[in-house]
Design a binder for this molecule. Structure first.
Ligand code: SF4
Length: 340
């Protein structure tokens, strides 16, 4: 039985009018959350960046890739068009209102690929002018072969591109890129950026069972990583519901074995929750909806990210489920919740 169903039975003593009133109030809160936080979300727990305040620079789901493991589901707008997808002034306005949460990083990521945002250089500049909180860019790195894109993100404090394949065939199978992007060009961009960029450059490699979690494929990836020469290589795998159910996770001990194929050895990204010592953040129904409209989470993810008691999270989830604002699904042995 899921914790939600169990929670329903525990709430049996609530009278119908009161329960209906509570549901109405929470429904309004949830709607407000969706309306208020259009471009900023979190702080959310990040395995690499601590408490990360996310900025969503493209509408869901706008990307030049359609990765089979994507936690955001399938790409609905596969494009290489770069433009001001969301209004810069509104993003800055929302960001200023959230700076009091003092995140560890302000992270450009969200519902697709942030380098598709044509005013990204100006945004990074404006963030640096209003706060000393470092800026991270989570990118698939596929546009780094373009000089203007390299220049536009050069002032970020951390750039985290991804590389999920060591050759063209696997690149097509795993990342399903826009037809204008080739593996060779993408790799050239990742190598070229390292030669110019002076900030922290961390390469994320997502390994998938049946695809890249094979010694021959990992060796190709390691050879590419050697050429790119990032400050760190971080191995990851599927931990949230993927776009395609055949995108299968890799056991942690296998990841550790594969980490040794890299020179120097790669890091396996640690489980964030065991390292969570963060200060309390503002919590409640709105905060949960802000998390879940961006990515699926477990109860523990939410409790950890929002510094909320597990039982309190379960209570809110129960109400949001009843309102059909969220739904749940299973991945491996975990239950995830996501906005409907
Ligand atoms: S994982 Fe990243 S790069 Fe891949 S489809 Fe999703 S948003 Fe795009």
């Amino acid at each position: 039985m899921s914790p939600i169903i169990k929670g329903h039975s525990q709430a049996a003593g609530v009278t119908k009018p009161v329960a209906a009133e509570r549901r109405r109030a929470i429904k309004n809160h949830a709607s407000n959350a969706m309306n208020e936080a259009r471009y900023i979300f979190g702080p959310v727990p990040s395995r690499r960046l601590g408490r990360s305040l996310g900025i969503d620079l493209v509408p869901p789901k706008t990307c030049m890739y359609d990765c089979i493991y994507c936690q955001l589901g399938r790409t609905t707008n596969k494009t290489v068009e770069r433009k001001e997808w969301v209004p810069l002034e509104e993003v800055i306005g929302e960001l200023k209102a959230k700076l009091a949460t003092r995140p560890d990083y302000i992270t450009l990521s969200g519902s697709g690929e942030p380098t598709l945002y044509s005013r990204i250089a100006e945004l990074i500049d404006r963030i640096h002018s209003i706060t000393d909180i470092p800026v991270a860019v989570l990118s698939n790195g596929s546009l780094l072969w373009k000089k203007e894109v390299r220049d536009e993100i050069a002032e970020a404090d951390v750039v985290i591109p991804s590389l999920d394949a060591g050759g063209a065939l696997m690149f097509e199978a795993v990342n399903r890129p826009h037809k204008s992007i080739s593996f060779a060009q993408m790799l050239e961009g990742l190598v070229g950026f390292r030669q110019e960029y002076t900030g922290q450059y961390w390469l994320e490699v997502v390994l998938l069972g049946g695809y890249t979690a094979l010694a021959s494929e990992v060796n190709k990836l390691a050879a590419c990583a050697k050429k790119i020469a990032p400050d760190r290589v971080q191995l990851n795998t599927v931990t949230r519901p993927p776009a395609e159910k055949y995108a299968v996770y890799v056991e942690r001990n296998r990841l550790h074995e594969f980490a040794n194929c890299f020179d120097p050895p790669a890091e396996v990204i640690a489980d964030f929750r065991s390292e969570n010592h963060y200060a309390a953040c503002q919590t409640g129904c709105e905060d949960i909806m802000r998390m879940l409209v961006r990515r699926p989470c477990t109860v523990v993810d939410i409790a950890s990210g929002l510094e909320m008691h597990l039982n309190e999270v379960v209570k809110y989830l129960e109400e949001l489920m009843a309102l059909k604002k969220i739904e749940h699904c299973r991945v491996q042995d975990k239950t995830f919740y996501r906005a409907t």
